[in-house]
Design a protein around this ligand. Structure first.
Ligand SMILES: [Zn+2]
Length: 391
């Protein structure tokens, strides 16, 4: 990666063509249109407190350093502010008369009516700017390394910066736009914050058929200069439609599941939504089901894998009572206290296992309606219990 240190660009030059979007609270452009102050991937201007804006101006007047500013070179004579967005926005807002400095006696001083020597001082102060350019991979590594002033970018925000272009812009209009009327419907199945790119991330994971950062990044890189997002949008809609078609109920636990993987695995299997709904209700009402998040995949898979549901285990007191009872009977009859060992002919047929050498087993499996109470509990030696569990 190539890094150039520039100390010749003045505040006046940076603020030339400064545009502030009042509605969105964003400093947009500067440097005569060559600089994007708030790129798509950054959050809105955060200097909520006027004191912080004033401090930037006061620092300049006092000759204090404003700190390093980083630009990412995105084209011939085109730059984006990676770090320094808030400071530059404060400078631009002051010079364009958006806020005054308040002096000790409470008097406001706007830029235009200021004394010429003070205005000159502000305008001619140079900034310390690092301009960075490089390959996607280099920029990505660098973004991850530097500690961005005031904000911490998540992986998707970094990826949006690294692969900035028409595809990201369009994709953000759809998936990172909190005014999109569909967001509410999507949030039934997707967890996270729209403006932190969590929904865009999920849409990309689904179409890329992976949750792996490298695979998702590769998809973005491949489509970086695409001018439409048809594939992304169509795939996303297919997944959402499939979920809401199969599961007519919306349950809290549906949010944030791996719907992309579930869609890939099960979307060619037919389901009866009424039957699915009845199963969801039955499992939600079943006190033995500890993991409700697993209910959906359990049903999609044909109710075959109760491990997904984390079925409640027997109480310790139940296990001890059953152990004592089985062991007493076994000692009287001279057989093993594991009923399966007792049926065999080997050395274990008469073996009395210790409590900690045995595990509790559902006589009638939970999936076949067996309860998790003493009436349905038997103690088996660990070997037999494991063998039964694997059937
Ligand atoms: Zn046994």
């Amino acid at each position: 990666m190539k890094t150039t240190l520039r100390t010749d660009i003045t505040i006046e030059q940076i603020c030339k063509g400064f545009v502030y979007n009042e509605l969105e609270g964003k400093g947009l452009f500067g440097l005569s249109g060559k600089l994007v102050i708030q790129p798509e991937y950054q959050r809105n201007y955060l200097y909520a407190e006027a004191k912080m804006e004033e401090a930037v101006i006061q620092s300049v007047l006092n000759g204090y350093p404003l700190g390093l500013i980083y630009f990412n070179k995105v084209g011939t004579d085109k730059y984006e502010v990676l770090d320094g967005q808030q400071r530059i926005t404060s400078l631009g807002r002051f010079i364009t008369g958006k806020f005054p400095l308040i002096d000790d006696s409470g008097m406001p001083h706007y830029f235009d009516p200021m004394q010429d020597d003070l205005k000159k001082k502000i305008k001619e102060t140079p900034l310390t700017i690092y301009i960075c350019e490089g390959e996607e991979s280099e920029i990505k590594a660098w973004f991850k390394t530097i500690n961005i002033y005031g904000i911490k970018l998540n992986h998707q925000e970094i990826a949006n910066a690294v692969y900035s272009g028409p595809f990201v812009t369009k994709a953000k209009e759809e998936f990172s736009n909190s005014r999109n009327a569909y967001i509410q419907k999507w949030s039934a199945y997707i967890k996270g914050n729209v403006s932190r790119q969590d929904f865009l991330r999920v849409a990309l994971e689904w179409v890329a058929k992976s949750t792996d950062d490298d695979v998702v990044d590769a998809y973005m890189s491949k489509h970086r200069y695409d001018t439409d997002i048809t594939e992304l949008k169509t795939y996303f809609t297919s997944v959402i439609d499939w979920i809401s078609g199969v599961f007519t109920d919306v349950e809290t636990e549906m949010r944030g599941l791996e719907w992309g993987r579930l869609f890939e695995t099960y979307h060619n299997t037919p389901y009866d939504p009424a039957d699915v709904s009845a199963k969801v209700h039955a499992l939600y009402a079943d006190g033995a089901v500890k993991n409700r998040k697993g209910v959906f995949e359990y049903i999609l898979g044909g109710c075959k894998d109760p491990r997904l549901l984390d079925i409640r285990v027997f109480e310790e007191s139940t296990k001890k009572a059953v152990y004592t009872q089985q062991t007493d009977v076994a000692k009287t009859s001279g057989k093993s206290n594991c009923p399966l060992c007792a049926m065999g002919n080997d050395n274990n047929a008469k073996r009395i296992w210790k409590f900690n050498e045995m595990d509790a087993d559902h006589v009638t499996a939970w999936s076949k309606g067996g309860a998790t109470d003493i009436s349905n509990c038997q103690m088996l030696c660990k070997t037999h219990n494991r063998a039964k569990g694997n059937k």
